[in-house]
Design a protein around this ligand. Structure first.
Ligand SMILES: [Zn+2]
Length: 259
């Protein structure tokens, strides 16, 4: 009995050490090396940047701006990602460029964050002999509802959904999207705009001013919209260059699934 009593603390100490060892072994096994398929928020970027070396995102800080904040220049708005109900940008301004409508029209505004680059883009095009016209910028939820309802009445809902956003899901409501047209109105809001001098110039140059062709040809299943060579979206020059270089949509680049 005496001997057992003396040994008891050692037995417990031994058991304790064994349990600690098992715990450490399991912990070390899970953490090192990291599971390559374990793309959690913490290690996702590291995985991307240290991978093959020809990934479009290598060396690009994908966390620079929010994808959710409606005031962010990187906000992703699509059929699955509506804006907060009744969202109105706080920094709308009428740019000093050639406008399609009167300056008091709601649509002749855009977000101040995009103003300078837009004006520079219009000036640069003009210097190369291409006159751009600001066709439509900001649209309130109410105005978008008017447009959408009229398209549904004319073409039916299925067709309308391919080219017009339902209220609350339009990029135009962010103040960061602009439809560009020409002084003659040739191919206004039509795919043939891509062959006009304005369309050709924008496809080759808009990205250097921070604008992308948001709805690319052949990507309807990704963006949810038909090709719209006239619809530009401001995302800032860093991201615009990256997207243009790789001909990627925002959804592809940020790996956002749209169904
Ligand atoms: Zn548009």
């Amino acid at each position: 009995m005496n001997i057992m009593k003396q040994k008891t603390p050692f037995i417990f100490a031994g058991l304790f050490l064994v349990l600690i060892s098992i715990f450490i072994f399991r912990y070390v096994n899970v953490q090192y090396p990291p599971n390559e398929n374990n793309q959690t928020a913490d290690n996702f970027e590291v995985d991307v940047r240290e991978s093959t070396g020809d990934e479009p995102k290598v060396g690009f800080d994908t966390t620079l701006h929010s994808l959710e904040d409606p005031n962010s220049i990187w906000v992703i708005v699509n059929k699955q990602r509506p804006l907060p109900a009744g969202f109105v940008p706080s920094d709308l301004i009428v740019p000093s460029v050639k406008l399609r409508l009167g300056p008091n029209e709601e649509q002749m505004q855009l977000s101040r964050g995009a103003q300078q680059d837009l004006e520079n883009m219009f000036t640069a095009a003009q210097q190369e002999g291409v006159v751009l016209v600001f066709g439509s910028g900001y649209r309130s939820e109410a105005l978008q509802a008017q447009f959408y309802d009229s398209y549904v009445a004319r073409d039916g809902q299925l067709a309308a959904d391919r080219y017009s956003a339902r209220p609350g899901t339009s990029e135009h409501q962010t103040g960061l999207a602009v439809d560009i047209t020409s002084p003659s109105g040739e191919c206004h809001l039509e795919v043939c705009f891509e062959n006009t001098p304005q369309g050709v110039w924008l496809a080759g140059n808009a990205y250097t001013y921070g604008f992308i062709i948001r709805y690319l040809d052949g990507k309807e299943d990704i963006t949810g919209y038909q090709y719209e060579p006239w619809h530009l979206r401001y995302v800032g020059t860093e991201l615009a260059k990256e997207l243009h270089k790789n001909q990627l949509t925002m959804e592809e680049f940020f790996e956002i699934t749209v169904n």
